[in-house]
Design a protein around this ligand. Structure first.
Ligand SMILES: Cc1cc2nc3c(=O)[nH]c(=O)nc-3n(C[C@H](O)[C@H](O)[C@H](O)COP(=O)(O)OP(=O)(O)OC[C@H]3O[C@@H](n4cnc5c(N)ncnc54)[C@H](O)[C@@H]3O)c2cc1C
Length: 411
């Protein structure tokens, strides 16, 4: 019996695979695509994502990519440039790397370290009593554990009974690659004040992420698709955005290829996260950061934490140890994501644009917002006090997720 089958070879699935291999387990990694495969993404890796790769023993520099030193926040002609948070003596960096190359590099690393990789074949869930097994190309695999890492659309997860809490935020984003005279810029740029054709402020932002190879990745995101933003059409938003930034970024107005978009299930809003012999990681579990739409760091983190719980369950021969996974995820991301959920739900009405103008005029407010979106404050002081108060409000409003309760599988 194979120890683990991992369904989906994006960052979440490969992180789980690499961590399981490091702990000495046999892993089959399945993906319906053949690598290199593209994935709609801004291609931006924050320092947290790079930290996760380091923990997995992966040096992303070997995949190439362009180093970025922080964030430039822009709103109507004003801007604030902010280096990544960290100690003055640390060299904290981010990276912009096309997913085509990044994901293929991770899969290759998994293969090199001993994973059996099945590419170009979709997996299907099969129930054997309450245990999950996997069918691939007509063959059934009944491993001890299954890691569900099949991304935002999650066909495998949904067929296995996973469902999104409709009240949790679901973002929508689209990106394009354009040639640019500023491709070597050292900052990720996020531009607030995105508006639709009717002039309404979209609850999101536009981005320009330099790739250092003569091109930039640019795109737009609506952090919510609730209420009036239910049917938000991102292609026209993208066209307006490209026109807005074309001169400043010295853009070739024609994209390198057809723009691609996708959904972003955020705030851990997909349940359950764990079953009798399976765990759900990455976008399939709604791991996207609701503040920003960033999902690679949480995909890597959740993959690594899931592997640790599986390792513990194997070593103790006690499958209930899988319950440690959602509990750990909750303790690391739960409060921050609940505050993010509140933040997204507050992004409506004309005051949003006025607030953005205020933030971008103040270096201190910009930095506070920047750090808040990345994670819980690491330093003490007023920022932490405000954050704790927001956590209190968000806990009362959304409740604390129930975790670690293995559900009953569908019969
Ligand atoms: C436009 C856009 C821009 C974004 N920008 C950023 C950004 O700049 N930075 C950031 O951190 N995040 C960004 N995100 C979010 C980020 O892309 C995701 O959070 C991240 O890819 C999640 O990784 P994952 O491994 O969970 O899923 P994925 O990367 O989607 O991987 C899932 C894999 O599962 C496979 N699969 C699906 N079904 C099956 C099946 N039945 N059998 C086998 N395999 C299957 C798929 O082929 C795929 O390879 C963006 C998202 C979008 C849509």
């Amino acid at each position: 019996m194979t120890d683990v089958v991992v369904v989906g070879a994006g960052p979440a699935g490969t992180a789980a695979t690499l961590a399981l291999l490091a702990a000495g387990h046999e892993v089959i990694l399945v993906d319906r695509s053949r690598f290199p495969r593209d994935k709609a993404c801004g291609d931006g890796l924050t320092p947290s994502a790079l930290g996760e790769l380091e923990r997995l023993g992966v040096d992303p520099a070997v995949f190439g990519g362009h180093r970025v030193d922080g964030l430039r926040l822009v709103h109507r002609g004003r801007s604030q440039e902010m280096p990544w948070p960290g100690r003055a003596d640390e060299q904290v960096t981010g990276l912009v790397i096309p997913r085509l190359r990044f994901d293929a590099g991770l899969v290759e690393e998994a293969r090199r370290r001993g994973a059996r990789v099945l590419e170009g074949v979709a997996a299907r869930p099969v129930w054997r009593s309450r245990r999950l097994a996997v069918e691939v190309a007509g063959e059934q695999y009944a491993p001890r554990f299954v890691v569900v890492a099949d991304g935002a659309s999650s066909p495998f997860g949904r067929a296995a009974g996973l469902a999104r809490d409709r009240r949790s935020p679901l973002g929508m984003a689209i990106r394009a690659y354009h040639r640019s005279g500023r491709s070597s810029d050292r900052f990720l740029e996020c531009r607030l004040g995105l508006t639709d054709e009717a002039g309404r402020t979209v609850p999101g932002y536009g981005w320009v992420f330099p790739l250092g190879d003569g091109t930039v990745n640019l795109g737009v995101i609506s952090l919510t698709t609730a209420g009036r933003w239910r049917g938000v059409k991102t292609p026209p938003l993208l066209r307006r955005f490209v026109a807005d930034v074309a001169v400043e970024w010295d853009l070739d107005p024609d994209p390198q290829e057809r723009p691609r978009g996708g959904i972003l299930p955020a705030a851990l809003g997909i349940e359950p996260k764990v079953g009798p012999n399976w765990v759900v990681v990455g976008d399939a579990g709604g791991a996207v950061n609701p503040f920003t739409g960033e999902g690679i760091a949480a995909a890597l983190l959740s993959g690594r934490l899931a592997a640790a719980a599986i390792d513990e369950a194997v070593r103790t021969d006690d499958p209930s140890r899988l319950g440690a996974f959602p509990a750990e995820l909750e303790s690391r991301l739960g409060d921050h994501y609940r505050v993010g959920r509140g933040f997204v739900s507050a992004l409506r009405g004309p005051w949003v644009d006025a607030a953005a103008a205020l933030v971008v005029r103040s270096a201190a407010l910009s930095r506070w917002l920047f750090e808040l979106t990345l994670g819980p404050p690491v330093r003490g002081g007023l920022g932490r006090v405000v954050y704790r108060a927001l956590v209190g409000v968000a806990r009362r409003r959304y409740g604390v997720t129930r975790t670690g309760i293995p559900p009953t599988a569908p019969s």
